[in-house]
Design a binder for this molecule. Structure first.
Ligand code: ADE
Length: 231
């Protein structure tokens, strides 16, 4: 039994197949910690043309995803403990905190929308959470779902090599990350900061904490406001 099973319902499973095979998530999948099932919503379209969309009532541009195939697809994979997430530009903004929360779920169903949207009755009846990956509009939610899966999977124990790296990530504790260096000590006249070569771990920790604050203040002062609100 995997720790987390994710069902991704989409009209374009091929868009992200290679991604899950090639990324670091493949390790978690091979180890049986993580299960990701790509499901083509079209497989649940029952009419002879396998239609999944139709014109919007009231008129207007584009097409809307029909309720029947989506209801059938979700009902086919749903369990009592499932969280059903719909990816859409008008959802709640994805954050690191949300990713860590979603990683504690046992069973996630991600629904990727297309065209001008999906029939509202799907959202009302089946969806438990609506998530956007940013204030811009994509042609469909499949890549957004892959982004969410990647961010969530990093919190599933065993998916990352070193769990420690999670605590120093950008956004953990609402701070950006600190600068990193590797060999050589000097490259094109640029030297690695001395403190990192000192072997003094307390000093290094202090330097890193200070850099995280400096960077956040400079690049994302909005995060520091969040920090003081949460304390
Ligand atoms: N579908 C289209 N745009 C999206 C976005 N920004 N986030 C999530 N799903 C989407």
């Amino acid at each position: 039994m995997s720790l987390l099973t994710i069902e991704l319902l989409t009209l374009f499973p091929g868009m992200v197949e290679g991604y899950f095979r090639e990324s670091m998530l493949a390790r978690g999948i091979e180890a049986g910690i993580l299960e990701i099932n790509l499901r083509n919503i079209r497989d649940w379209a029952e009419d002879k043309h396998h239609r999944t969309d139709d014109a919007p009532f009231g008129g207007g541009a584009g097409m809307v995803m029909k309720p029947e195939p989506v209801f059938a697809a979700i009902e086919a994979v749903k369990k009592p403990e499932s969280t059903v997430v719909y990816l859409c530009p008008d959802g709640e903004l994805l954050t690191q905190k949300m990713a860590s929360e979603l990683a504690t779920a046992k069973h996630l169903i991600l629904l990727s929308g297309h065209y001008e949207g999906i029939d509202e009755r799907i959202r009302e009846k089946l969806v438990t959470r609506e998530v956007s990956i940013g204030d811009y509009v994509l042609t469909n939610g499949t890549i957004a779902a892959a982004v969410l899966i990647d961010a969530v999977a990093r919190y599933v124990p065993g998916v990352l090599g070193e769990e420690k790296s999670l605590t120093q990530d950008s956004f953990t504790g609402n701070l950006l990350s600190f600068p990193q260096y590797t060999r050589p000590v000097e490259y094109r006249g640029m030297r690695v900061p001395e403190v990192l070569l000192s072997g003094n771990h307390a000093e290094i920790e202090r330097w890193r904490a200070q850099k995280r604050l400096e960077r956040t203040r400079l690049r994302r002062p909005d995060l520091l406001n969040k920090l003081s609100q949460e304390q």
